[in-house]
Structure formats: structure tokens, C-alpha cells
Design a protein. Structure first.
Length: 308
């Protein structure tokens, strides 16, 4: 047995893997914007530098099996979270994993897939900040926290258009999930370094963003960006978080003039220090819709990923 272990260790040592893996968690309830945020980041830097996956892949049961169960996918009992924790630890060491696969289109479980970490790994989903062990594997963590009416509207639009549900089915599912959302998903907000809320401000249809920058990690200095020329696009102030602690709240206005918003993005891009123009994928919501607040949130996360 010892010679087998030594042989395995030798084999692993010869496998190519990054010397340093930067780990980013993006947590949040269903339809809070996690996949859109992640997709733009991956496309901005490229799959040769970033690899990503969703913790929904660790569901224990397919959609048909879940119909007879007394809990929903928002319950830890419905997920292989212990396996997820093991995989996160391996990824921090640059090791590949054999990851399970869940297909959102039809709710089926697929064949496991080999997942190889790049220099940056993004883990998005319902449970990346679930346990102390999982949280310890990340360099920076974010939680998406849109107002509940906004999230419900987004979930109805997505699940009807992309997942084959009727509006009545989505509403019934939201009501069924609510107790477990409150018990298991929303508490993860307290453990995030960055809390992002996308929502329109009163009287406006455009999506704005409030980005809470908690002092748990060093954030990029953005005060020199917030000049009179960018005042219409963004401002920052000190507020009290849900726990009563002070936190910097960056407000990014979706209704701001394009020139002012673009200036904020350009200054953030300069701070990141990468060559070239701002990637076109940042801020993209759909092929025909772009959001400057989304782009700013992505640029802040990108700064953390590059400078971790």
C-alpha cells in the first residue's frame, strides 16, 4: 500500500496546475444574477485564465425525484455539500476534480466532468459560503442581494423562458422555497466581503446597484474616481449594515449619462492594470442590453481576482 500511495503522489506532482489559484465565490438565491455576473467575468479575461462552475451541480436528486421529497434544492440535505467542500480544497491547491453535473434545462443529472482550475476559479451558486470550511477556501467572496420583489420577477422571467415552467409553477415554487431560502441561503450574506444589490431606484426603470464594500478584505481605492465628472454616475457613503456595523456603500446609477458611467469604468480598468480596452463582455445582460452598474461591479471583482 505505501508504494501505491507514493506512486499516486508522484503522478499528481507531474500534472500541470497553477502555482497559485485565486478563488472567488459568488453566492445568492436563485435568479439573483450570479450567472450573468460570472459569464461576463469569464469572457472578459478568457477561459485560458478563468474557470468557473455552479454549486447547483452538487444536487443529490434530479427534478423528478425532488417532487416526492419534503425539501427543496435550497436545503443542504438536497446537496452533496461535503463533496463540494472537498473539491474546493483541492482546487485551492491547483488540483483538478471530477465534478458532478446538473442540467438546468431539464433538471437531469449528467455524467461527472473533469474540471481543471485555471489561475482564477469562480464558484457561483446557492451554497459556496455555506460552511466555515467552504468559506476558508476563497480569497474574496460576494453575495448578490436584490430586493425580493425584483428577484421574484427575474426568476419568473428566466424559468418560464429557459426552463420550461409556467408562471403559476414558478410562483408556487417560490412560495415553497421561501422558508429554506430564509434559513439556509440568506444567512450567507453575513459572510460576504462584498454585497451587491441590483435594482431600479424609485421612479426609474434602469437597473442601478448598491455595492457594500466590507472591511474584511482590502478593496481598490475608488475615492479618486468619484470626482465631479463622475458624480452623476456613482457616489459612495458610509452606512450601517444589517448587523449595525459601518460599511462603505458604493451607489452606481443606471440612469446616469453614458459618458459619466464610462469614465468610472475606465478609471477602474486603469486600476486593474491590464492591457487593452475594457472588455466588451463587461456589463452585458443580453445581446441587446448593457448595464453600467453591472460592469462596475464586475470591474471591482476583477480587481480582486487579479490582485489577490
Amino acid at each position: 500500500m505505501p508504494h501505491r500511495i507514493a506512486a499516486i503522489q508522484k503522478l499528481l506532482a507531474t500534472q500541470p496546475h497553477p502555482e497559485r489559484v485565486a478563488m472567488l465565490a459568488i453566492a445568492g438565491d436563485s435568479a439573483s444574477g450570479k450567472t450573468t455576473l460570472t459569464k461576463g467575468l469569464v469572457q472578459a479575461i478568457g477561459e485560458h485564465r478563468i474557470s468557473s462552475f455552479c454549486t447547483d451541480d452538487y444536487h443529490r436528486y434530479d427534478r423528478t425525484e425532488r417532487k416526492s421529497l419534503p425539501f427543496t434544492p435550497l436545503n443542504p440535505e438536497c446537496n452533496y455539500l461535503d463533496i463540494m467542500e472537498q473539491h474546493l480544497q483541492l482546487l485551492t491547491l491547483g488540483q483538478p476534480i471530477l465534478k458532478p453535473k446538473y442540467h438546468h434545462a431539464d433538471g437531469s443529472l449528467g455524467r461527472p466532468e473533469l474540471f481543471t482550475p485555471r489561475e482564477i476559479v469562480i464558484v457561483e451558486g446557492l451554497f459556496p459560503l455555506w460552511s466555515r470550511l467552504s468559506r476558508a477556501t476563497f480569497d474574496v467572496t460576494a453575495y448578490l442581494d436584490p430586493p425580493e420583489p425584483v428577484r421574484r420577477e427575474w426568476k419568473i422571467q428566466r424559468d418560464v423562458a429557459k426552463r420550461g415552467y409556467t408562471e403559476e409553477q414558478v410562483l408556487a415554487d417560490l412560495d415553497k422555497r421561501e422558508p429554506e431560502s430564509e434559513k439556509f441561503i440568506r444567512p450567507q450574506r453575513a459572510h460576504a466581503d462584498i454585497v451587491i444589490s441590483f435594482a431600479p431606484v424609485e421612479g426609474r426603470k434602469e437597473i442601478s446597484a448598491t455595492i457594500l464594500l466590507r472591511p474584511t478584505v482590502p478593496h481598490p481605492d475608488i475615492h479618486d474616481i468619484l470626482t465631479p465628472a463622475t458624480r452623476e454616475a456613482a457616489h459612495i457613503k458610509l452606512i450601517r449594515d444589517q448587523d449595525g456595523k459601518p460599511v462603505d456603500a458604493l451607489h452606481v446609477h443606471g440612469h446616469a449619462p453614458v459618458a459619466a458611467s464610462r469614465l468610472v469604468e475606465e478609471k477602474l480598468w486603469e486600476k486593474i492594470g491590464l492591457d487593452g480596452e475594457i472588455p466588451e463582455s463587461l456589463g452585458v445582460i443580453s445581446p441587446t442590453e448593457r448595464s453600467a452598474p453591472l460592469a462596475v461591479a464586475q470591474l471591482i471583482l476583477l480587481h480582486h481576482m487579479i490582485h489577490t
